[in-house]
Design a protein around this ligand. Sequence first.
Ligand code: SF4
Length: 333
Amino acid sequence: MVRNQIGVQRKLAGSQFGRVWRSLAFRGRREAPRPNYATPSFARYPDPAVIFIFWGKQTEDWYGYGQASYTFKLGVPERTAAVLEGGVPKNDLTILEREITKCRKCSRLVAYCEEVARTKRRAYRDWTYWGKPVPAFGDPEAGLVIIGLAPAAHGANRTGRMFTGDRSGDFLYEQLYRAGFANQPQSKRADDGLVLKGALISAAIRCAPPANKPLPEEIRNCLPYLERELDLIRPRAILALGGIALNTYLDLLKQKGLIRSRAPYRFAHGASFALPGDLPRLFAAYHPSQQNTQTGRLTPAMFARVLRQIRKFLEMRGGAREAIAIQKPRRFR
Ligand code: SF4
């Protein structure tokens, strides 16, 4: 029986199917294992049942090549429709996503993400961690861009999608769903069918930092990605989740000479600022981290209130939008 099995495997490896499988299995993987030609072919190419298990793992890995590319492979609707048909230059977005996922500018963060992906959390030991920078997720035609802080080590760094697979994401996507920005309230893994409409989620930095604390130079390294993303998306509103996200965006504006100082735009939950010129309106909210949501500092009602405010703003006609003065932060508790 063993001889028979080996014979079948040898035939498969040498056949057209074997060639196609080899080319697909190793396609585009930078760290793809090179076939070891010292190993007999039947050991290199296992039996068909194993091939299908292995195939599942490969598709999970493919999320690694930016959302645009994996949506082409897996047919995830989010990027595909927008990148192919939308007004946003598809090549620029795709190029940006790929650049981000391949970035290694911050050696400390790259090493940390890879280490977390290698060691894993016990509950996720069956996962193939993403372990790389995470690109933005959402609608390229979005009116609202949400800027978070950074991917979570066992959240987006595991799943490869912003705010996916952790408690902060559960909170955020539930609220986005209720406000009509998402098609479902859950966000468990990158192929769960979640689609954002009118919103895109980005972050101040794209690699998970140790203890959730990025260094100032790491934020500076990552800033050009946010700048290019905003130039491509051209949103009408920005929601900064937490003080670091707000200051990162303001630093970007300051660097470009669009504002003189960050001082007039102090962070407070529920604050909303009209920025000079035709810059998007800036909203601020507490980050939906467990630290905030479990202590009651941020409640679903507080966050929903901010999203309603944004929705109202996006639905206003241009003239009315411009007429709004700087609003004072409001207390919701
Ligand atoms: S944080 Fe940003 S700049 Fe630094 S390595 Fe990750 S993607 Fe690159």
